[in-house]
Write a protein that binds this ligand. Sequence first.
Ligand code: G3I
Length: 381
Amino acid sequence: MKLLALFVLAAGFTYGQSTPSTNLKDAYKGLLRIGVAVNSQQFEERNPTDDAIIAAQFNSISPENALKWQTIHPQPDGYVFDSADHYVAFGEKHNMFIIGHCLVWHSQIPMWVFRDANGKPLTREALLERMHDHIRTVVGRYKGRINGWDVVNEALNDDGTMRQSPWYQIIGDDYIAKAFEFAHEADPKAELYYNDYSLENDAKRKGAVEMIRKLKAAGVPITGIGLQGHVKINGPTAEKEAETIEAFAALGIKVNISELDVDVLPRTTRSNSAEVSTNAAGGAQSNPYTQSLPEEMQQALAKRYGDLFEVFLQHHSSMERVTLWGLQDGESWLNNFPTRGRTNYALLFDRQDHPKPAFAAVLNAVKTDRETSHKKQKGDK
Ligand code: G3I
């Protein structure tokens, strides 16, 4: 079955009513890069089926966990680069635009980072020096090879105020500017992004726009924003997505969708937040599709993806990249968030690595977009 899926993908397949003639990265060429977050099985080439699809369909990769502080710098004097080296080599082998994720975040970071040898909180100067060392070492190692970095991740609360992370509490709000300066110093040619979730929500977006406006005014080398795009089947609306892209594009920075997936399961929390520390209980009702996704939902998911990509295409001149947060449904973090052990269907490929109707919808969106602009051009003449 898996071999059949590969053959069909390589040959240019027919799915449902559409007959896309090409793959994602070629279909979107000249408009948007199409990326995927990869796990260690994939970039260490231990999953040939996934790898063939990744190579055929995508022209950018993000490391799902391999470059996080906890993975790469677990001890004060101990960097562990094996996994990250494989990740970068995999991207180079396939000529991809390689993303580094992420340098400064409050999560997946060991607690020693914020403490001295006696377990006391570090001073501002000492923490800045530690941040500088980390960024210089990690960005410096991949200088000219990693093309874009998520420099600061998730620094804002849902209401748009600064998150009271240890970074903020110890250094103060210029920790963000410092992180960008250190990254720029280590690789002046790399693109540097601020990355966050729920930026479609008015309050948080307002806070982020204000923060970036100030950074730009102070000459901080920020080149883009990553709208994570962990969305639900029914929201935020495509209009809200458009408004969000436009708000950041107006600041003169590039807009990327950095972690796209679509949660189809019932909500088990009050908030829509992608805050990773959330862990909610859920009964059988919260996990209704353990065997398969009903056709009606499958089509709704396809429509949702199609609508979102239509918006991305309309804004392609302000954007560079759309990255899916994972290749196939079985590997998605959304099977364990915010409730562990559920069966979600968030991505473009199913658990057997077959393309879903959502995949065809993403291809159809660009096909339609190209046909429409072609007709418009003809009409303009
Ligand atoms: O590596 C350990 C393994 O040794 C252990 O056996 C296993 C047992 O649970 O856990 C493994 O670590 C897991 C890790 O992923 C690697 O698979 C952690 O428990 C798990 O919490 C961690 O989840 C990651 C999450 O970030 C943690 O913050 C997800 O894979 C990853 O998709 C997710 O990605 C984040 C972005 O970095 C930032 N934006 C939100 C996005 C989704 O949460």
